[in-house]
Design a protein around this ligand. Structure first.
Ligand code: TYD
Length: 145
C-alpha cells in the first residue's frame, strides 16, 4: 500500500524548533480531535483495528514507534521517529503499533470525535468490509464514466 508521509515544516532558530499543524494546510482534513499516547509499557501492542470513517494523522512528538498498516492488500511496516514527519492513516486501514520507546509521545489528529462504533477490531471482518468498499468505489467510478 502507499505510505503517506507528510513532511512538516520546521521553524527553527537559535532557541530551538517549532512545528505548527494547521487544518487543510499541512493537515489534510478538519481537525475535530487530538489525543496522544505516552508512558506506553515495554512490549505493548496497541491499535489492532481499522476505522470505517475516520482519517488520522500520527506524529511522534518524541521517541519512536513502529506502525504496521494494511489497506487489505498486505501489511507494511513504518517506523515513525521524527517530529517533523506525519503519517496519514486514512479510513479503512488496519493499524497496529509496537516497539514504543520508553519516551515515546505519539500524537494523533483526527477528523471525527471518538466513536467506538466506528472501530473494526476483527481482522477478518475488516478484510470483508474493505473488499466491499473497493467494490463500491469501483461501481461509483464506472457510474461516473
Ligand atoms: P483504544 O482505542 O483502545 O486505544 P488503541 O487502539 O490506540 O490501543 O483506547 C484506549 C481507551 O481510551 C479506551 O477506553 C477508549 C479511550 N479513548 C477515548 O476515550 N477517546 C479517544 O479519542 C480514544 C482514541 C480512546
Amino acid at each position: 500500500m502507499e505510505i503517506e508521509r507528510i513532511q512538516l515544516q520546521q521553524h527553527g532558530d537559535d532557541r530551538g524548533m517549532l512545528i505548527s499543524l494547521e487544518q487543510d494546510l499541512n493537515v489534510p482534513f478538519e481537525i475535530r480531535r487530538v489525543y496522544y499516547l505516552f508512558s506506553t509499557k515495554c512490549g505493548v501492542h496497541r491499535g489492532m483495528h481499522a476505522h470505517r470513517n475516520l482519517n488520522q494523522l500520527a506524529v511522534t512528538v518524541r521517541g519512536s514507534v513502529t506502525f504496521l498498516i494494511d489497506d487489505g492488500r498486505g501489511p507494511c511496516e513504518v517506523v515513525l521517529n521524527d517530529p517533523s514527519q506525519g503519517l496519514l492513516l486514512r479510513r479503512m486501514v488496519w493499524r497496529e503499533m509496537y516497539d514504543f520507546t520508553e519516551d515515546c509521545v505519539l500524537m494523533v489528529l483526527a477528523d471525527q470525535l471518538y466513536d467506538p462504533a466506528d472501530y473494526i477490531t476483527d481482522y477478518a471482518l475488516f478484510l470483508q468490509e474493505v473488499g466491499t468498499a473497493y467494490l463500491d468505489d469501483m461501481a461509483a467510478c464506472s457510474g461516473r464514466r
